[in-house]
Design a protein around this ligand. Structure first.
Ligand code: ITT
Ligand code: NA
Length: 202
């Protein structure tokens, strides 16, 4: 009873495994990563939405392995930047996965704005693609605002500059469990786990 988690982002993979392990409970599933798949290609993430990109990744994983495959496409939508970086969050400053540079560019782009205009939301869409061809999408969202300088070493990506609504610590200052409880990814995956219990073989 195996499911593939189709992500190249190590820190995202850790979160996916942790949240799913908790949410799937008794429904025992072995979660494989792309390290277990030979010669997995770089995929062009050309979708204009998180859902399209999540499907591009999950379809490829399923096609290559014949396993039910889960993929996450996520990012941060900044109000003052009209929802950008959005689907471009991983490469906003040019180099894919350069979290520090991406975060710094966003800070620079909104440097002059007061707190009330620093709203932002993390968004996550998770796709589950089954070998028979059935496809499922679930979303999660966490609203908050952006600080002026990074705080904390936990999490990844834009976590050090993001203060969730009702929080006095950035996402990077929360414990992993605290982040999962309120994060876009936590919400989407708990939804997916309910679905998985119904559509995956027991
Ligand atoms: P895969 O496509 O292989 O899964 P990726 O890092 O390229 O890995 P995305 O295309 O979904 O993944 O990009 C998501 C980016 O959005 C990620 O690099 C972070 O910069 C940001 N992001 C997503 N979730 C985040 C989170 O929980 N906390 C902080 N930043 C996050
Ligand atoms: Na993406």
């Amino acid at each position: 009873n195996k499911v593939l988690l189709a992500t190249r982002n190590r820190k995202k993979l850790v979160e996916l495994q942790r949240i799913l392990d908790g949410a799937l409970g008794a429904h025992r599933i072995a979660l494989l990563g792309l390290d277990d798949v030979e010669e997995y290609p770089e995929l062009p993430e050309t979708g204009l939405t998180f859902g399209e990109n999540a499907l591009i990744k999950a379809r490829e994983g399923c096609r290559r392995t014949g396993l039910p495959t889960i993929a996450d496409d996520s990012g941060i939508a900044v109000d003052a930047l009209n929802g950008m970086p959005g689907v471009f969050s991983a490469r906003w400053a040019g180099r894919h996965g350069d979290d520090r540079a991406n975060l710094q560019l966003v800070l620079d782009q909104i440097a002059d704005l007061p707190d009330e205009h620093r709203g932002a939301a993390f968004v996550c869409t998770v796709a589950l693609v089954l070998p028979g061809g059935k496809e499922h999408l679930v979303d999660g969202r966490q609203s908050g605002r952006l600080l002026r300088a990074p705080r904390g070493d936990g999490g990844f990506g834009y976590d050090p500059i993001f203060l969730g609504d009702g929080q006095d610590r950035t996402n990077a200052e929360l414990t992993p469990q605290e982040k999962d409880a309120i994060s876009h990814r936590g919400k989407a995956l708990r939804e997916l786990a309910k679905l998985a219990a119904k559509v995956l073989p027991a």
